[in-house]
Design a protein around this ligand. Structure first.
Ligand code: GRG
Length: 308
């Protein structure tokens, strides 16, 4: 199994992603053993943590670590931790009092299977475990581990996921003007709900790998760009999908009343914006060796080009 270079193609990137996800899934599996006490809570934690997500955040964490010269295994606890935070947040996001979703990753949502009480406890337990995992990183100077815990916890609270979710909920039912103010609201949500955890993944990976402050900052900016880009592309795909399915869709229209990039700036401008974010993301990686940066450059292209 050779490594990815600037000359690799998309299919080599896909096998790189698959290859990277294997040790991550193994470590996640081992992190929550199915045993007493609280067997039911552990089952619920495992149900979401091990269901088939793309593992973009762990991959970003490991790739950032390797990009600054660290070994993959040094960032493995942090890579698991960011996926635990991600799993924790999607359990809460799907609850009836939040987005009220019954399906996630093609399966019934956590609370549909285990009930709301168990789902909430599993979410809190995953969040705690994430902090424990990060702090148990070995072969890393303690001040770096401490910084990683700070970065990770900051990405969750009032400067991160919670802020994004709160703004999202506050905006529901409000008719935002499809103008500058609407765009600001939209960017705030995505910077916090999506980009903040991707930023944390890249930053803690680089911290564990021994990166300099300047390298860490460049990776943070790269991750913010791909986080925003992910959401712009998502909104554009929603328009494309719903026009394709026009007339044959049943169930709730999730986009009804929701502010999106196409609503604020139109489909064409949204596509241009995604392309601009991709260019900007790549510029932030310019100072790195292009072969070493290849996984992150491919990841950016993968996000901007995805078709569903
Ligand atoms: C404090 C844990 C916590 C949460 C409270 C509920 C909440 C605040 C925030 C919501 C976070 C959330 C669900 C953000 C959406 C992020 C997003 C882009 C999800 C989809 O990510 P993918 O495509 O998913 O990487 P997979 O399934 O591939 O992992």
């Amino acid at each position: 199994s050779h490594s990815l270079t600037a000359e690799s193609d998309e299919s080599e990137f896909m096998s790189y992603m698959l290859r990277k996800s294997k040790p991550v899934n193994k470590a996640l599996d081992e992190a929550v053993p199915l045993c007493e006490p609280v067997l039911k809570i552990r089952e619920a934690m495992r149900y979401t943590l091990l269901s088939n997500g793309k593992r973009v955040r762990p991959m970003l964490c490991l790739a950032a670590c390797e990009l600054v010269g660290g070994h993959e295994s040094t960032a493995m606890p942090s890579a698991c931790a960011v996926e635990m935070i991600h799993a924790s947040s999607i359990i809460l996001d799907d609850l009836p009092c939040m987005d009220d979703d019954s399906l996630r990753r093609g399966k019934p949502t956590n609370h549909k299977v285990f009930g709301e009480d168990i789902a909430i406890l599993a979410s809190v337990a995953l969040m705690g475990l994430a902090v424990k995992k990060t702090s148990s990183s070995t072969d890393v100077p303690p001040e770096r581990v401490l910084r990683a815990v700070q970065v990770m916890t900051q990405a969750v609270g009032t400067e991160g996921l919670v802020a994004g979710q709160a703004e999202d909920l506050a905006g529901e039912g409000m008719s935002f003007e499809e103008n500058e103010a609407g765009l600001e609201h939209l960017e705030f949500i995505h910077i916090h709900k999506t980009a903040s955890l991707l930023e944390a993944a890249a930053v803690v990976g680089a911290l564990m790998g021994g990166g300099s402050d300047e390298e860490i900052e460049r990776l943070r900016k790269y991750a913010r760009c791909i986080g925003l880009m992910f959401q712009v592309v998502d909104d554009v795909l929603d328009v494309t999908r719903s026009s394709e399915e026009l007339g044959k869709t049943a169930g709730k229209d999730v986009m009804a009343g929701k502010l999106t990039y196409p609503k604020v700036m139109g489909v064409e401008k949204s596509r241009e914006y995604a392309e601009r974010l991709n260019r900007e993301a790549r510029e932030h990686l310019r100072g790195f060796d292009s072969d070493k940066a290849a996984p992150l450059l491919f990841l950016a292209d993968y996000i901007v080009n995805r078709q569903n």
